[in-house]
Each structure stands twice: as structure tokens, then as C-alpha cells.
Write a protein that binds this ligand. Structure first.
Ligand SMILES: [Zn+2]
Length: 478
């Protein structure tokens, strides 16, 4: 079959995750504290200990959740007094820091939460150590102020990229869309492609902070010498956060947090200016929108720029008011949905949104496809595992693999749709369907050989699929 195309992932963060503490599979706070403890025992004094992937809804023992569904930092501070610790939530929209990290970031009980973010303090004003959305920058800025020199930085990018690519190739991924890298990261990746250090094809979105994004847009497009190997002609922005951390921007309040509507992370006027700039430079715009309010606001903006030729996308498009679905079609907007998010989030979607909204607005692939909307699929790695076969399983069953919990199965994709969503539809979504995404004369010969037929095997066999051989441009890579 054609090589698989990861439609939305984060290459360097994935590489970083593989080299830092991976908490994706942890099932209790104690397990997390223990893995940090192991690292702290051998880490040189003062070095930052970084981890990612914890999710409190996956913890079997919820005794540690002491305030607002979060643990306190105290144990992390006790086991690692000399090393700052920062552990990013699986959603990427919150983190927990220990005392040393907060000291280095000069955070005290007096520090106020920034706009679009929250420093989580308990009723007595004590810091829990948790920072949500834009408040994460307070810790990340301290982390980033540890400056590597240019050479060391390049080496680090190369390390992260090569670890990530090797892992992706094992799963038959021959093309990867990176959903947000900074200008210096884009040039570093492009240079690595040009000297033959990155075996798979990359399509990279530009992401910069609010203050520098408009300035950065004119650096695009950026291509490798061989354009099919590397392209950056898309701009990423975020309008809201994630559902798990109450960051998704909703039309009506959260069912389990009735005072909260979510977070609007970027002013609509700035998003509109970014859209105008993308129009002017003929670039693709890809805005992260999870809540139904966020999706509506972005559709309103896209509608004003209806003439766009670059197949603009909405990233995640998780919760959409039913009346907004046809607007994707009317405005040629791609719904870039990650099927595996549906089954991962399934246990808490109904808690956050209630039954009716979960049913009528959440992960509605079937309805979206039937409305003639273009869809793209992926894993958002490292938010989820990169394994495309687990994601394909979620696409066609909407069932969790651990407990068979099924999330509104009427919205499943067919086998054929799921395979297209990982090949030709993702190629369409990066404006590359004329060169890849199917096995046709004249297209790039990126193809893979699997140990089973994904159109015919039993559902439960899909996640166990093994990749036997991988070819890129006709050359055998694995
Ligand atoms: Zn993402």
C-alpha cells in the first residue's frame, strides 16, 4: 500500500519525548514521582529534568488529586530539591513544576496568572505547581533561558529529528506533517534534509508566538533542494486549548465546571490579520480549534477569506455545533481530526460536556464525511503514540483497546475511508496529492508492505499490524 502519512504530529517534541521521561503510559502519580526520582538520582545538579505525557484521568489511584483535579508539587520538590523538574500534561496544555523550577522562574504566591492562562493556587493561595495554558510560558521561559550555543542547538535538533524519524519509519510512515515549528527549527530541519539526514518527507507548519508571528510569515515558503522532501508553506495558530484541561473554548459552559467556558488563546483580530497575511503570501493556514465556540469563530474568519486556494485547515475540529458542519464544505475547509484523540478522550468527554453535547458535537467523522467535507487523520504525536495502526483501529471502531469502551459508534469511518485518511487525504491536505498518497504511474514510489490486509483483517488485528518493508522513492529503507 502507499506509505503512511502522519497528518498532524510534532517531530522535534516527539524526538525530545523519546529522549526525556515518557509519562504517557503512567497510571498513578506515585509512578510519575518515582520515574522522576530515578532520573534525579543521577542527573547533574541544576540540570532540568523534563517529562511529558501525564494525564490525571488515567490514574487508577486518585488520592493524589488534592486540588481542582490536580496533585501538589510537594513530592516532586522533595525528591528533586536541586534539579528543576517540569512535567508537561499529555494534552500539552498544562504542566506541573517543582519548587526549584518555580524558584528559577521567580514564581511566588504573589505572581498573578497571565491572560489566557492560570497559575493554579489552592483556596489558601498555596501554589500547586500546576500551570495552565499561557501560564506555562512562565516556567518554559526559565527553561529556555538555559541557552545552548548554536552548534549544540543544531546537534540537539539533529538528535531529536533522527530519533523521531527512525521511530516513525518503523510504523511505515513515509511522510510526516509537523504541526508547528519555529523559524530556526524550520531552517535546521531543512538543512538536515538537504544533507540527507532525514529519510522521510516533511511538511512543516510555521509556529511563532503572538508577538512575532506576523513578522515571521514572510520567511515562508521554505523548501529543500528537493521540494518533495521538505516544504514549509503553512502557518499554525491556536484559538483555544484542550478539553481535558478545560481550555477548549465552548459555546456553553463545561458541564463539570459550570463557571468555565474555556480559553480564547489568541485575539480574533490577530487571527484575522494572520489570515490576511496567509492570503497575501499564498500560504496555507492551519488553526487549532477544539471547542465548538473556537470552531465557529475560526469558520467566521475563514469565510471572509473564502477565495483562499491553499486548502486551509482546522486542526482537531473536535467539537463542532451541528449547524457549523456544512460550513466546512461551503468554505473548502479541511477538518484535520486525529481519530485516536476520540478514544483517548472518551472517558472524560461526557463528564466535561454532558451526554447530549458529547453525542451531537464530538468527533463526528461520519457526519463530516457524509457532508462532503475533506478530512485528514493523524495522531498529534507526542500527545498520543505515533502508532498509525492504533489510530486506524480507533477510526473504524471508535473503541478503546484497553476496555472496549465505544464512543458513539455511529460516527465510525469505513476501512477504505480510514486508509485514505492516512494516505491520499493527508497528501491532499498538504497540497501534495498530485505527487503522492496513492500508487499510480508518475507519483513518488513511497510504499510499504504489511503483514496483513487492512481492508480484510479482523478489527482486533488492526493495531497489531507489523510493517515488513518500507520504500521511499523506490529505495528500500527498511
Ligand atoms: Zn498538535
Amino acid at each position: 500500500m502507499p506509505g503512511l502519512n502522519e497528518g498532524h504530529g510534532h517531530l522535534l517534541s516527539f524526538g525530545k519525548l523519546l529522549s526525556n521521561i515518557n509519562l504517557l503510559k503512567t497510571q498513578s502519580w506515585e509512578e510519575i514521582v518515582d520515574s522522576v526520582h530515578q532520573k534525579a538520582k543521577t542527573a547533574p545538579k541544576g540540570i532540568w529534568i523534563e517529562g511529558r505525557g501525564w494525564h490525571q484521568d488515567k490514574w487508577k489511584n486518585s488520592m493524589a488529586l488534592k486540588f481542582d483535579n490536580y496533585p501538589y508539587h510537594d513530592e516532586l520538590s522533595k525528591i528533586s530539591p536541586e534539579n528543576p523538574v517540569v512535567l508537561v500534561h499529555a494534552s500539552g496544555h498544562a504542566l506541573i513544576a517543582n519548587q526549584k523550577a518555580m524558584d528559577m522562574a521567580k514564581i511566588s504566591i504573589e505572581t498573578q496568572s497571565p491572560k489566557g492562562g492560570r497559575i493554579v493556587k489552592d483556596h489558601n493561595g498555596k501554589l500547586t505547581g500546576v500551570f495552565e495554558e499561557n501560564a506555562m510560558d512562565l516556567i518554559n521561559d526559565a527553561l529556555k533561558s538555559v541557552k545552548l550555543d548554536e552548534e549544540a542547538q543544531k546537534k540537539q535538533y539533529e538528535l531529536y529529528a533522527s530519533i523521531a524519524c527512525n521511530e516513525a519509519l518503523k510504523y511505515g510512515i513515509t511522510s510526516f506533517t509537523d504541526a508547528g515549528s519555529r523559524v530556526d527549527e524550520i531552517f535546521a530541519l531543512r538543512d538536515l534534509v538537504d544533507i540527507g539526514k532525514i529519510p522521510l518527507r516533511l511538511n512543516v507548519f510555521l509556529y511563532e508566538d503572538k508577538n512575532s508571528i506576523l513578522e515571521a510569515i514572510p520567511t515562508l515558503p521554505i523548501y529543500a533542494k528537493n521540494k518533495s522532501k521538505f516544504r514549509a508553506e503553512s502557518v499554525k495558530a491556536y484559538i483555544d486549548g484542550a478539553l481535558g484541561s478545560y481550555g477548549a473554548w465552548l459555546l456553553e459552559p463545561y458541564t463539570d465546571n459550570p463557571k468555565v467556558l474555556g480559553q480564547n488563546l489568541m485575539e480574533l483580530s490577530l487571527l484575522d490579520s494572520i489570515a490576511s497575511a496567509c492570503d497575501a503570501y499564498n500560504l496555507q493556514l492551519c488553526v487549532h480549534a477544539i471547542g465548538d465556540r473556537a470552531n465557529r469563530e475560526i469558520l467566521n474568519i475563514y469565510e471572509k477569506h473564502q477565495s483562499n486556494k491553499k486548502r486551509w485547515r482546522i486542526e482537531h475540529a473536535q467539537h463542532i455545533a451541528p449547524e457549523d458542519i456544512t460550513r466546512f464544505k461551503q468554505n473548502n475547509v479541511i477538518a484535520s481530526m486525529q481519530a485516536i484523540h476520540c478514544t483517548s478522550d472518551a472517558p472524560f468527554v461526557q463528564k466535561r460536556l454532558g451526554y447530549e453535547r458529547a453525542k451531537n458535537t464530538s468527533y463526528r467523522w461520519r457526519t463530516i464525511l457524509d457532508a462532503g467535507v475533506r478530512l485528514s487523520n493523524g495522531t498529534d504525536v507526542p500527545v498520543e503514540s505515533i502508532n498509525p495502526f492504533e489510530c486506524l483501529y480507533a477510526s473504524v471502531t471508535r473503541k478503546r483497546m484497553d476496555n472496549n469502551f465505544e464512543f458513539f459508534p455511529e460516527e465510525k469511518m469505513t476501512r477504505e475511508e480510514a486508509l485514505k485518511s492516512y494516505t491520499i487525504w493527508n497528501a491532499y491536505s498538504s497540497n501534495e496529492d498530485h505527487i503522492k498518497g496513492s500508487l499510480e504511474v508518475g507519483k513518488l514510489a513511497d510504499f510499504i508492505i504489511l503483514d496483513k490486509d487492512l481492508l480484510k483483517c479482523k478489527d482486533e488485528e488492526i493495531p497489531k499490524t507489523k510493517v515488513l518493508e518500507v520504500y521511499i522513492e523506490g529505495n528500500k529503507i527498511i
